[in-house]
Design a binder for this molecule. Sequence first.
Ligand code: FE2
Length: 276
Amino acid sequence: MRLLVLGDVVGRAGRTAVATHLPRLVERWSVDFVAINGENAAGGFGITEEIAQGLLDAGADVITTGNHVWDQREALVFIARQPRLLRPINFPPGTPGRGATMVTARNGARVFVANVMGRVFMEALDDPVRLVEAALEQHAIGSEVDAAILDVHAEATSEKQVFGHLFDGRVSLVCGTHTHCPTADHRVLPGGTAFITDLGMCGAYDSVIGMEKEEPMRRMVERVPGQRMGPATGPATLCGVAVETDDATGLARWIAPLRVGGDLEGAVPPGWQERS
Ligand code: FE2
């Protein structure tokens, strides 16, 4: 089956890129399932119910998040009635929402998505490995589910790569998010899991990780905060990966980068080009 997984949507520019390109790509390439990280979708900080619905309407099947999930306080409430919105699985017990879910894809396949947050250079949370292990126990690819995606929202490239190797052979894709820069190390690991250290963001790249560059530059030079940071408004690049999985095993056949629009050089999955 065909998975499209997009990185962190940043602000209006990122949302516009998703709304402009995603429906067309899903249709043109007969994409079966779309996951997208939406934790920076509302002005760079968090996600509102309306924005979450907008991403789902554009073609997302599941929205993952990370450290910014509660920046818009309404998310603490509406996440209970939006089962397709995930927050990291290793938040403390009793945290609203859920860190993993199973969704039926467009082709009828069962797709499991889990969202976990790293602990290196991030806030102290529950053991991410143990909680992902527990979540995957009942969701083996090739039997209980047809495909599985693990979004590792983490700062350190090393931690994200550890997750790739730990779960190689047990999920279809391990993808890193949070650092907002696409890495070029997408590949299928020896056990058959597709991997990329970071998907990159869906946002304006003439920026500092999606935010207007002036304030971060000023803070770096002058060492005192000035204005509130806001998302960059220039043309945005839709950024992520395409993965084709084996229907019998749920493992990856290949992974390819996807970059559409904005300042980054375009990239289209070669295996899907002929269908365009
Ligand atoms: Fe983040």
